[in-house]
Design a protein around this ligand. Structure first.
Ligand SMILES: Cc1cc2nc3c(=O)[nH]c(=O)nc-3n(C[C@H](O)[C@H](O)[C@H](O)COP(=O)(O)OP(=O)(O)OC[C@H]3O[C@@H](n4cnc5c(N)ncnc54)[C@H](O)[C@@H]3O)c2cc1C
Length: 438
């Protein structure tokens, strides 16, 4: 038996954006909180790391945010942090029907917008209140994949490739990813895919995600324990025991599990979660993509290159900034396995399809797919999970609550979703602690 004075009010497992917000909010209310993080750093899938001879800090994971995202914007304002745009080039290249097409942004938008309008025609009707995703009966589209919607549009090869390319920055597999999440994400941003893309790919945090994470942690009195992977969580009805891989036992009145969906399966949870939730944990987040920084020689004219999945190893590439006389590109690679992060030759060959004289100087990135504490990229739900298992997972499971961008009710798979989910779990627990339920 343990001494009740050693029992925390809340144990938060995982110090990504969801976990640190939850730990900060609960400790600010006077609760005793322990924050357990497997890695030797906080931030999870947001990670600023030194690159290119250690001279520059680059975002390896989640980066782009927007003032239309309420939780993100609240945190940024609270800490007096601003956002900055990347390079805004007007030159677009798109691979479609085995040919590279080039033009201005307006040429590209003119070509792709009518197709996006057809793809997202029902987005707002399906999600009129995106924060209440089930207010309309969406059971039919919930079962469909992105591939189902693409096939239903009877597109020519050129049109299919155009849509495939414009989605490739967020998609890994059209067959494995559900339609509902993309429709909901676009419905949040007025049914306009380009508005959604602006939130997901243009404005970054001034000083980087690390600045924001440090500011949030500075407000927290939680007991942060790094390099502490958790192996099991057991709720006996009167308290919860969290066991670390080094067999240390930590006791708490309640727990928030704020882990990537793809690592929750490594945790033994007692009593087990409901069967649909267990099924979603086992099916996993399908996104096995990567983000690679490419330093190319000289200050080149900013450009964007979009290519369908499987037809190029780099799919959504754009010039992000100039650096020491060179240009830094960000490449989203839908299939991480298609190109190694350090393979400069392969990167150069892929880019030369568009810009024949381009020279790759070096590359940088982090492999989220092989990282044991993420095991995948950003969350895109499989068919059947956004409106089924995910809401179920957001309900309290005894004294255990789940949080994280992967199961967020809105802006799933983003920093905004992670923050909202962490704040929401913290509110639920604070209420339960105040009422004596926990
Ligand atoms: C390459 C990439 C690019 C992205 N780009 C964007 C973007 O531009 N904008 C955007 O909004 N979002 C983006 N995202 C998504 C965004 O980063 C995530 O949705 C968000 O960071 C998730 O936060 P989280 O706290 O839910 O999970 P995580 O950040 O994954 O945090 C979970 C934490 O749990 C820890 N952990 C795992 N297992 C254990 C264990 N057993 N015990 C203890 N701790 C454990 C992990 O180490 C991690 O710190 C991107 C993601 C990736 C991978």
């Amino acid at each position: 038996m343990f001494d009740t004075k050693d029992c925390f009010d809340v144990a938060v497992i995982g110090a990504g954006m969801a976990g640190i917000v939850a730990a900060r909010d609960l400790s600010a209310k006077g609760h005793t909180v322990v924050l357990l993080e497997a890695r030797n750093r906080v931030g999870g899938r947001t990670y600023m790391k030194k690159a290119f001879d250690g001279k520059i800090d680059l975002e390896m994971g989640g980066t782009y945010v927007h003032w239309t995202q309420p939780h993100v914007w609240h945190e940024l304002q609270r800490h007096n942090i601003s956002v900055l745009p990347g390079l805004d080039g007007d030159k677009f290249h798109w691979l479609a029907d085995d040919k590279v097409h080039s033009g201005t942004r307006s040429d590209y938008e003119k070509a792709v917008r009518p197709l996006l309008d057809r793809f997202f025609a029902d987005a707002r009707a399906r999600f009129p209140l995106p924060f209440e995703a089930s207010i309309v009966d969406n059971s039919d589209i919930e079962k469909q994949s992105l591939e189902d919607r693409l096939s239903s549009l009877n597109l020519s090869t050129y049109e299919r490739d155009l849509l495939d390319g414009v989605f490739s920055g967020v998609v890994h597999s059209y067959k494995e990813q559900g339609l509902a999440q993309l429709l909901q994400s676009v419905a949040i941003y007025f049914g306009d895919y380009f508005a959604f893309l602006e939130t997901a790919g243009f404005w970054h945090i001034q000083g980087g995600t690390k600045i924001l994470i440090d500011a949030i942690l500075a407000e927290s009195t939680a007991d942060l324990r790094l390099s502490t992977p958790v192996s099991s969580v057991s709720d006996n009805g009167s308290h919860v025991t969290v066991t670390t891989i080094s067999e240390e036992k930590i006791h708490a009145r309640s727990v928030i599990i704020a882990l990537p969906l793809n690592t929750i399966g490594d945790l033994k949870i007692t009593p087990d979660v409901a069967p649909p939730v267990r099924a979603m944990i086992e099916q996993k987040n399908p996104v096995m993509a990567s983000k690679i920084w490419i330093r190319v020689k000289g200050e080149i004219e900013p450009f964007t290159f979009l290519a369908p999945i499987g037809k190029s190893p780099i799919n959504a590439v754009k010039a992000e900034s100039w650096y020491e006389g060179d240009t830094l590109l960000v490449a989203m690679c839908s299939e991480a396995a298609a190109i190694r992060i350090d393979d400069c030759d392969a990167m150069e060959a892929a880019l030369r399809r568009v810009l024949p004289d381009i020279e790759v100087v070096s590359t940088a990135g982090h492999c989220w797919v092989t990282d044991e504490f993420s095991k995948g990229g950003w969350m895109m739900h499989r068919p059947g999970n956004l409106l089924g298992a995910a809401p179920q997972m957001r309900q309290p499971h005894g004294r255990i609550l789940f949080a994280g961008g992967d199961i967020a009710a809105m802006d799933t798979g983003s920093i905004e979703g992670a923050m909202e989910s962490g704040a929401s779990a913290a509110r639920d627990i604070a209420r339960a602690l105040a009422s004596g339920k926990y």
